[in-house]
Write a protein that binds this ligand. Structure first.
Ligand code: OTU
Length: 651
């Protein structure tokens, strides 16, 4: 958009650019800068316009983008242009993701590059390598307490190794996803160290207070994230004689985005990683980016403005790079991380579907899909060019963050129901086969979350231990059921390292002093590759799971109705044990797949007559895409066994 105030500023900035920047061929850069400049200027002004150095900061911002562009390789620039031309590329059903820790999946980055055939074997073509940057030993929060944003942890490798991974992935058409931990640094980061030395400029990168007055005001409305291991949101620093804001662990210092220097530094880091060949950046803990007294300090409007500004700037330098919002917050809040535009996502193109994840787990515990149905029905409609990351498990705990109104609508009492879920997954509920652990019980609020691997949470561990074949087979079916939904729901499915092999809880963290206070390590496994070979041996659990998922993934990729173009219709099927939706091809709506999943431990019927009003031809002949067979049918009802799913097409 052309607007005179901002454009005269743009002209002034272009005149002031450093000579080495001016000498470059910046044609594409200028076109995009011109297109986005009004938005960038407005957002930057909104956040920092009150400052005397605003114009200088604006110049710094443009120079940061220009430097980033100059450092972008021609290969990556080509990718940018290809993706500009095919701008819906990431909405295709062809993408299937997996999240892993480098040293959990392989020995190091080099070994990970060597192991990339495994991804192809399973069909995974988007790999989220969890944080690999420098962290202090012991105080690392699993990589999320970074002491140097540009250096790779030397136990894992170096930048050359990462480039090799990126190249290997690009050759195989696998997307590389890396984290950007925006919200905080380790207390050992250079900025924190300078702040510790008393440098005012760096103290202003964080939130620091001489006494409890302001911290106490903040605390009145801020929840606690790690109440057991890191209660409160501030930590007293003896050396500085100051209270430092530490929302997560006491060694993770929150960055202060009301300081434009922080914004520009972090943008520079984003562009640095974009230029290493990263396709997608997972922006960690984005809900927390803006702190305001009197609020929960999550989902603040300015947090959204910061993300919009980051997107606009990144589009100028590296438009092919996508953002994933990791905002594990209430359903109505998550949706806002796609942006505020009336139609098109202009914040993060992808967001974790934490709501679906929690609802799926609820379905497993209750053997019932009524809350799942209610929650999916009330999922706000996404913007165009925005997509979900659908997952069952990840490296974090499971929080039961669904909407209380939905919980009440299906006649559960929210507090008691969440207590039931925690009891169920920690195996304390009578008859529960789950082997999870309670994570971060909050004595004041009674809240708690759950840790545990997928396989252990659905009863595989208990089944293998007792040799109970029925339990083992139920666990396998539950794992497949959950994946059948994340693979067909609409969005990018994200598998978690080990889940395709049925990896159980790993209790070894208890013996490691740096991990024993954080039971999330129970589900951050080290893959035993000898055992993983069992995926090739018929009759093993590994074989059954791996090959079933491999097949599901292959079918997903062939099924254009599974692409994500707001093309899902949820069906009320008059049976609360079943979740059922239709996915249709957005260009050819008659081409469709009816997905139905039975959460119950008993067989259930899908009554075709009941849904005939939805345009389903009850006399049609159905074929299940997954098994290739017609489903068992009885009196115009389709029969589903315990924990069975179908992907049905009509022929
Ligand atoms: C994220 O977590 C990471 O995924 C965690 O591994 C980190 O510990 C945390 O940030 C701090 O960097 O912030 O927006 O257990 O679900 O903290 C959601 C709680 C987050 C996590 C939550 C999450």
């Amino acid at each position: 958009m052309y607007e005179q105030v901002s454009h005269s500023l743009l002209n002034a900035i272009l005149d002031d650019l450093k000579p080495e920047i001016r000498r470059q061929d910046l044609r594409h850069f200028y076109t995009r800068l011109g297109a986005n400049f009004y938005a960038i200027y407005s957002l930057f002004f909104n956040l920092y316009g009150h400052r005397e150095d605003f114009q200088q900061q604006m110049l710094n911002l443009v120079e940061t983008m220009a430097k980033g562009y100059i450092n972008r390789s021609s290969v990556l620039e080509r990718v940018d242009i290809e993706r500009e031309q095919d701008h819906n590329w990431f909405l295709s059903q062809k993408w299937v993701g997996m999240a892993l820790y480098t040293n959990g999946f392989a020995e190091n980055l080099d070994d990970l590059a060597d192991k990339s055939p495994y991804f192809q074997e399973l069909g995974v073509n988007m790999v989220h390598i969890m944080p690999i940057l420098m962290c202090p030993t012991g105080k690392s929060d699993g990589g999320y307490a970074i002491s140097d944003f540009r250096q790779i942890d030397d136990r894992i490798g170096d930048l050359n190794d990462l480039r090799r991974v990126a190249e290997e992935f690009r050759k195989r058409d696998i997307l590389l996803v890396l984290d950007i931990v925006l919200n905080h640094t380790s207390e050992e980061h250079e900025w924190a160290k300078k702040a510790l030395m008393g440098e005012r400029q760096y103290q202003d990168y964080y939130f620091m207070f001489d006494n409890r007055e302001i911290p106490d005001m903040f605390e009145q409305s801020m929840p606690e994230i790690f109440p057991e291991s890191s209660p409160g949101n501030f930590t007293w620093n003896e050396d500085m004689q100051k209270w430092v804001m530490t929302v997560f662990h006491d060694y993770q210092w929150d960055l202060n985005y009301s300081n434009p220097n922080v914004f520009i530094e972090m943008l520079d880091i984003i562009l640095f990683w974009a230029n290493q060949g990263v396709d997608v950046l997972r922006l960690d803990a984005v809900a927390f980016l803006w702190k305001k007294i009197g609020s929960a300090c999550q989902n603040e409007r300015n947090a959204h403005l910061i993300l919009q500004l980051m997107k606009d700037c990144c589009q100028v330098t590296a438009p092919g790079v996508l953002f994933i919002a990791e905002a594990i917050v209430a359903p109505v809040e998550i949706i806002k991380y796609f942006g505020e535009d009336a139609i098109i996502a202009k914040e993060c193109e992808i967001a974790y579907n934490a709501t679906l994840m929690a609802l799926l787990w609820n379905g497993i515990a209750t053997k019932n899909a009524k809350l799942l149905y209610q929650g999916v029905k009330n999922l706000p409609v996404k913007l165009e060019r925005a997509t979900w990351l659908n997952y069952v498990r990840c490296h974090d705990d499971i929080g039961f963050g669904f909407d209380d109104n939905d919980v009440r609508a299906v006649e559960y009492e929210p507090f008691a129901h969440r207590k039931f879920l925690v009891d169920y997954f920690s195996g304390q509920f009578e008859g529960s086969p789950a082997r999870g652990m309670v994570f971060m019980h909050n004595d004041t609020t009674g809240d708690a979350r759950i840790s545990g691997s997928l396989a252990s949470l659905v009863g595989l561990e208990a089944g293998l231990e007792s040799g109970d074949q029925a339990l083992i087979s139920d666990a396998i079916n539950k794992i497949l059921l959950l994946h059948s939904l994340i693979l067909s729901f609409g969005g990018i499915p994200l598998l978690y390292n080990g889940d395709a092999l049925g990896v159980l809880n790993d209790y070894s963290y208890r013996d490691d002093p740096s991990k024993c206070n954080d039971n999330r390590w129970i589900h951050r496994p080290k893959i035993n590759w000898e055992r993983a070979e069992l995926r090739k041996k018929q009759g093993t659990v590994e074989y059954t799971l791996f090959n079933a998922l491999k097949k599901m993934i292959a079918i997903r990729k062939e099924t254009s109705s599974f692409a994500d173009f707001n093309n899902r219709e949820l069906l009320d099927v008059n049976n609360e044990h079943l979740l059922c939706y239709i996915r249709f091809n957005h260009l050819r709506p008659s081409e469709r797949v009816m997905v139905v999943a039975n959460f119950d431990a008993n067989p259930q019927y899908l009554d075709l007559e009941f849904i005939s009003s939805k345009g389903i031809n009850i006399y049609a002949h159905f074929i299940d895409l997954y098994s290739g067979r017609s489903p068992a049918q009885y009196d115009r009802r389709i029969v589903l066994q315990a924990y069975q799913f179908y992907w049905l097409t009509e022929i």
